[in-house]
Design a binder for this molecule. Structure first.
Ligand SMILES: C[S@@+](CC[C@H](N)C(=O)[O-])C[C@H]1O[C@@H](n2cnc3c(N)ncnc32)[C@H](O)[C@@H]1O
Length: 208
């Protein structure tokens, strides 16, 4: 598997119980199953037609539990919770409803909100990387413990663009350069000037 889903799957370690919230096609569940990474595997989607795609890929009797439910309910009680391709506001509300050892996340929007919610709920972010697969994506891994301490030292550029801004990443540089160009073309309101300041600080970490 390559690209965005490959980057997400590469972060999955052996675990007692695994759930993919918003599994849709079921490719990440298939990866966990084929690589024998979890004793209990749950494929969850709020949409029955989406879950049907995962069932069609994997087969009803593959040993995976298929659950048509909201992740806010279904994610409870799992050791590893994976959520990718969903908006950051929805991901944040699911984070608040469960307490796994590990989250693996790839939000499509509102990534600052996701980072902040993880840290406030004491999840330490251990991997946080922007990548490009057609569009730009962030891929984040967090484990329970030490998040509140990490939040005390988290600057605004890190919350916005990644906790490990000092690790050079070509995808992040091109994302920040494109964002800078866009924001420079906006009216110079206080909000836009602040956005620009944060982008420039993030870029300066990448370019030093
Ligand atoms: C864009 S797809 C992403 C599929 C796959 N995870 C990926 O990264 O390619 C988002 C999926 O999340 C499901 N979804 C949205 N909100 C959900 C929620 N609260 N609980 C469970 N599934 C949800 C949608 O039905 C949809 O199938």
């Amino acid at each position: 598997m390559t690209g965005r889903l490959g980057a997400v799957c590469a972060l999955i370690e052996k675990t007692q119980s695994f759930i993919d919230v918003g599994c849709d096609h079921g490719y990440t569940v298939q990866y966990v199953l084929n690589n024998n990474l979890a004793e209990k595997i749950t494929a969850c989607d709020i949409s029955a037609p989406s879950l049907a795609k995962a069932k069609a890929l994997l087969g009803e009797n593959c040993g995976v539990k298929f659950v048509c439910a909201d992740g806010k309910i279904a994610a409870k009680g799992h050791d590893t919770v994976l959520i990718s391709g969903m908006g950051g506001i929805e991901i944040s509300s699911i984070i608040k409803c469960c307490s796994p050892k590990t989250f693996i996340l790839s939000p499509q929007s509102h990534v600052r909100e996701v980072r902040k919610t993880l840290l406030e709920n004491d999840y330490r972010i251990t991997f946080d990387k922007a990548m490009r697969d057609g569009k730009y994506y962030d891929v984040i891994k967090a484990t329970f413990g030490g998040g509140k301490e990490m939040l005390e030292n988290a600057s605004e550029p890190r919350l916005e663009y990644g906790m490990f801004l000092d690790e050079k990443n070509d995808a992040l540089i091109s994302k920040l350069v494109a964002l800078k160009k866009a924001v420079e073309s906006y009216p110079p309101t206080a909000e836009n000037l602040r956005k620009l300041e944060i982008i420039e600080e993030a870029l300066s970490w990448q370019l030093r």
